[in-house]
Each structure stands twice: as structure tokens, then as C-alpha cells.
Design a protein around this ligand. Structure first.
Ligand SMILES: Cc1cc2nc3c(=O)[nH]c(=O)nc-3n(C[C@H](O)[C@H](O)[C@H](O)COP(=O)(O)OP(=O)(O)OC[C@H]3O[C@@H](n4cnc5c(N)ncnc54)[C@H](O)[C@@H]3O)c2cc1C
Ligand code: FES
Ligand code: FES
Length: 478
């Protein structure tokens, strides 16, 4: 590999920052507040749950498609090193005391702020909304867009009123102002070279191609992959987890691709949930709509599907729909230098234990797109509607023959065992004799839910019973 770059490069509020050493391993919010006195960005929860730390971050500028654009993200769980090649805007870039941004003015005039701690985050979220919609938004769009922002003292109605009072002149073309040709060309030049930044405790490496990646992993087989770091960032802030060697795939262009083949889609390792949602709106609306209840816009704008699969959580929201859609995990081995495919049903071995050997990583995940005679049924059962972790999640799929007879079935669940599970005995029995009562009984023997804060074991069993009953009773051939 040619000589590596020792500095992370990004633009912050219009100025180029080149950062090395331990600063690269600070959270972005600490870098903004402590190193740059940009204290408009607040930190409340430090785990991605409240939106007080929201900033605008461009998608990677070296990608020709999609064109670089701004999206809001949480700065409390991201490392400075992850800003490499991006353009950042904080609330300070949006308006000043004597020249407020129209959103800031509206928040003030609508009495939408009391203690004000959440206000910069709401301002960033609203600006992001108007920029991405290019103008005014409906009440529902406003509510959806603000699900990642919490306010503890004002109450949401006046905040929504502030957003509703805005007209189409709100679209201020931040992209034109801050993502011009010179900025893009400057960062693209940096991003052509692999990155290695280190502090006394950690090193982060970012190769630019598959072959560079293989040689980096060969040198550091036990390195931890970092995608968006939404899981890793929370583990760092709340549990002090600091892997000594991190590998980031952010400079590998081909890993940002979502490829639609005849009857399936291939989602590469750097594709975010927001991009996935957009690209599935027409091709698989059931999954796209399901992603509305996945985390918050701030998280979806960076979190990857591959990170969700690799995290191995039994309550992650992607595995049930991936099981239902017959997903395959493409694994890159640094030892054989080859890509191999593993069916997702064989991928989860035990609690957070994956079929990945040392020196292997996930390159992409592919899954089938349902056709006309197939039904996909997805549910997420949580204690509140938005921004909540699943108690149980459900991914059911069925196929009917030309004579409307049930011909195939996949039943997958999360939150009912140490790993996401597929109820293969239940599927087999129901396909054979379509006896609903028998299938419901077998299903209970295939799950082993625990009791925790999100729900008791008995509650989870009841949820599974009810959803299965609802789905299977509609599959019975007439
Ligand atoms: C506020 C908040 C809300 C959330 N809401 C939800 C939710 O509603 N539903 C849900 O399912 N999850 C949710 N999550 C969890 C998290 O956002 C998702 O799991 C996300 O998809 C992780 O993706 P990432 O890119 O951030 O992964 P990272 O945090 O970067 O990585 C996660 C794990 O995967 C490994 N990894 C990453 N890439 C690879 C690779 N290519 N090969 C091998 N291993 C790899 C990492 O080493 C790490 O162990 C939430 C998290 C937060 C902070
Ligand atoms: S401080 Fe709450 S999301 Fe970052
Ligand atoms: S104004 Fe106090 S938390 Fe929102």
C-alpha cells in the first residue's frame, strides 16, 4: 500500500480542518464544544437518543452519486475520525444573533423554547427538513422528521407550530453554499489516499480498495470494523469500550452501492438505512415503510444495514425481514482473499456470536424482492411508537401458487431467543397440513423468550401467538 495519510480532513462551518493524534478519537461533540468553542451543540444523553447534539453532515463528497448533500446526525456518538472526507455545519453556521435563520426566528416567535437546551438540536433538525424537502412541510412530515429530538420542558405543540409557520422561502440552498466545487475537489484529493491515525491507545485505519483492505486485515486480524459507529459509539460512551485497532471502510467507493438485480437487491457495507429506505420505496415498500419506525432520522442517516446484521443483537430490527426475504451474507476473508456467501439462517450461532472467523468481515447483504404472489408482513412491538428498541419483532413471508394455494413460508422473529430465529418446524408443519392450532403450539416450542425491562417472557409468547395467528389464518388455502 502506498504511504498512508496521517490526518483526518473535513470542512467545519466552511473551514478546512486537518486533525491527527488523539483528537481523532474524541467524540465529534467534544471536538466541537471543547476544541472549537462551538457550544451551540449540546450534549444531554450521549447515546443518540435526544437529538440535542444534532449537526448537519454531508454524505461522503468523493461519491459522484448520490450528489453530496447534508443530513442531520448525532455528534455525541461519532468519532472525529469518522468525519473524514465530509463537510459539517453546526447551529452556529445557520444564523447569528442579529441575523437569525428563519427557523430560529420562528422558534422564538412561537414560544417554542424554555430552558433552550434542546433548541439548537430542533433548529438543526428543522433546517435539515426544509433543505431536504426544498421548502414547507406537512404536519405529519414535521412530526416524522422530529422523532429524534426530545424536549423536556416546552412541550411539542409550539415546536410543531414553529415548523408549520414556515413557508417555502426556507430552502436556503446550504448545499450550494457549503458543498461547492472547490470543497468537493479538496476533500476528494484527501480521500484518494488511505488513512491511518493513531493515539497512545488506539489506531484507526481506512484503506481505499478491497486489496488494501485485505492487506490491512492481514496485519491486524483482530481489528474491530467500524461503520457508522452508532452501536460502537454507545458502547464507548456508556460502557467504556475502546477497541485498540479500528478499521473503517469509508474510503472504499464500491461499498456505497445498492444494486438491484432481477429479483433481488445487494446492499453493500456502507449503505445507510436512509438510503436503503429511499431505494426500496418503489421496489419493496413494505420494508421501506417498516424503516420509518427504525430509530430516528439522525441514526438512519448514518447507521448501516450491515452494521445492524453484524452487531448480532437478538432484538435488531433488520434480521427478521432479512430472514423472511431469504438474505445471504457476503463475507470477505482476508485469508483466502475471496468472497463467500452464507445464508442468514446459518449466520447467527449464539448470543452475539456470528459465523465470522478472525480476519473476516461482511462485504454486503443481499435479499429477495417479494413478487406479486408473495406476502411480506413486518411488525415491531415497542413500548413507544418512535425511537424505541423492539420488545419483539416479526418478519413473516408467504408464497402462493397460481391456484392461490400456499406453497412456501418463512416465519422469523427477534426478541424471543438469544439470536434472531426462524421457526422452521412451524413452517414445515403448517405447509404440510395447514393446521393452525398445531402450528401455534409448535411455534411456542421453538422460542425461549426472557423477561426483561421491555416485556415479560409470557407477554412475548402472547405477542408471538397473536401475530402468528393473524398471519397464518390468512394463509390457509380455500
Ligand atoms: C439512538 C439509537 C437508536 C437505535 N434504534 C435502533 C432500532 O430502532 N432498531 C435497531 O435494530 N437498531 C437500532 N439501533 C442500533 C444501531 O443503530 C443499529 O444496529 C445500526 O444498524 C448499526 O449500524 P452501524 O453502521 O452504526 O454499526 P457500527 O456501530 O459501526 O457497528 C456495529 C457492529 O458491527 C460490526 N461491523 C460493522 N461493519 C462491519 C462489517 N462490514 N463486517 C463485520 N462487522 C462489522 C462492528 O464491529 C460492531 O461490532 C439504535 C442505536 C441508537 C444509538
Ligand atoms: S446528546 Fe442526546 S443524542 Fe446526542
Ligand atoms: S426547551 Fe427545555 S428541553 Fe426543550
Amino acid at each position: 500500500m502506498s504511504q498512508m495519510r496521517g490526518q483526518v480532513a473535513f470542512f467545519l462551518n466552511g473551514k478546512l480542518h486537518q486533525v491527527s493524534g488523539s483528537t481523532c478519537f474524541l467524540t465529534l461533540s467534544d471536538y466541537l464544544r471543547r476544541e472549537n468553542a462551538l457550544t451551540g451543540t449540546k450534549v444531554v444523553c450521549a447515546e443518540g437518543d435526544c437529538g440535542a447534539c444534532s449537526v448537519l453532515k454531508s454524505s461522503p463528497v468523493f461519491l459522484a452519486t448520490p450528489k453530496p448533500h447534508f443530513e442531520m446526525v448525532n455528534s455525541c456518538i461519532a468519532l472525529v475520525a469518522q468525519m473524514d472526507g465530509c463537510v459539517l455545519l453546526t447551529v452556529e453556521a445557520l444564523g447569528e444573533l442579529n441575523n437569525l435563520h428563519p427557523v430560529q426566528k420562528a422558534m422564538y416567535e412561537s414560544h417554542a423554547s424554555q430552558c433552550g437546551f434542546c433548541t439548537p438540536g430542533f433548529v438543526v433538525a428543522m433546517v435539515d427538513m426544509f433543505e431536504s424537502h426544498k421548502g414547507a412541510c406537512s404536519e405529519q412530515e414535521i412530526k416524522n422528521h422530529l422523532t429524534g429530538n426530545l424536549c423536556r420542558c416546552t412541550g411539542y405543540q409550539s415546536i410543531i407550530e414553529a415548523a408549520k409557520s414556515q413557508s417555502s422561502d426556507l430552502y436556503l440552498h446550504l448545499r450550494k453554499k457549503y458543498l461547492g466545487k472547490t470543497v468537493v475537489e479538496t476533500l476528494t484529493k484527501f480521500c484518494r489516499k488511505a488513512l491511518m491515525v493513531e493515539s497512545q491507545e488506539a489506531v484507526l485505519l481506512a484503506p481505499c480498495s478491497k486489496s488494501e483492505l485485505i492487506s490491512v486485515i492481514k496485519k491486524h486480524p483482530k481489528a474491530v470494523m467500524i461503520a457508522a459507529g452508532t452501536d460502537l459509539g454507545v458502547q464507548r460512551n456508556k460502557h467504556g469500550r475502546r477497541p485498540p485497532v479500528l478499521i473503517s471502510l469509508h474510503l472504499i467507493k464500491e461499498l456505497y452501492e445498492t444494486k438491484f438485480l432481477k429479483d433481488k437487491v445487494v446492499v453493500s457495507a456502507r449503505v445507510t438505512f436512509s438510503e436503503l429506505r429511499k431505494s426500496l420505496l418503489k421496489k419493496c415498500p413494505t420494508v421501506a415503510n417498516f424503516l420509518d419506525v427504525f430509530a430516528s432520522p439522525q441514526i438512519k442517516n448514518v447507521a448501516t444495514l450491515v452494521g445492524n446484521v453484524a452487531n448480532g443483537s437478538p432484538i435488531a430490527d433488520a434480521p427478521p425481514f432479512l430472514f423472511a426475504l431469504n438474505a445471504r451474507i457476503k463475507v470477505l476473508s482476508s485469508k483466502t482473499e475471496k468472497l463467500i456467501e452464507i445464508p442468514i439462517v446459518d449466520f447467527y450461532l449464539d448470543y452475539r456470536k456470528l459465523k465470522l472467523k478472525t480476519g473476516e468481515l461482511i462485504w454486503s447483504v443481499s435479499f429477495d424482492l417479494p413478487s406479486k404472489n408473495e406476502t411480506l408482513y413486518l411488525q415491531k412491538i415497542t413500548q413507544r411508537k418512535d425511537l424505541d428498541i423492539s420488545c419483539v419483532n416479526v418478519g413473516f413471508w408467504s408464497k402462493k401458487s397460481s391456484k392461490a394455494k400456499l406453497s412456501d413460508l418463512r416465519l422469523a422473529l427477534g426478541g424471543v431467543a438469544a439470536t434472531p430465529v426462524r421457526l422452521q418446524k412451524t413452517e414445515k408443519a403448517f405447509l404440510k397440513n395447514q393446521n393452525l392450532e398445531e402450528a401455534l403450539k409448535i411455534a411456542q416450542s421453538e422460542i425461549s423468550p426472557l423477561s426483561d425491562l421491555r416485556g415479560s417472557s409470557a407477554y412475548r409468547r402472547l405477542v408471538v401467538h397473536n401475530y402468528l395467528k393473524d398471519f397464518l389464518s390468512k394463509q390457509v388455502s380455500l
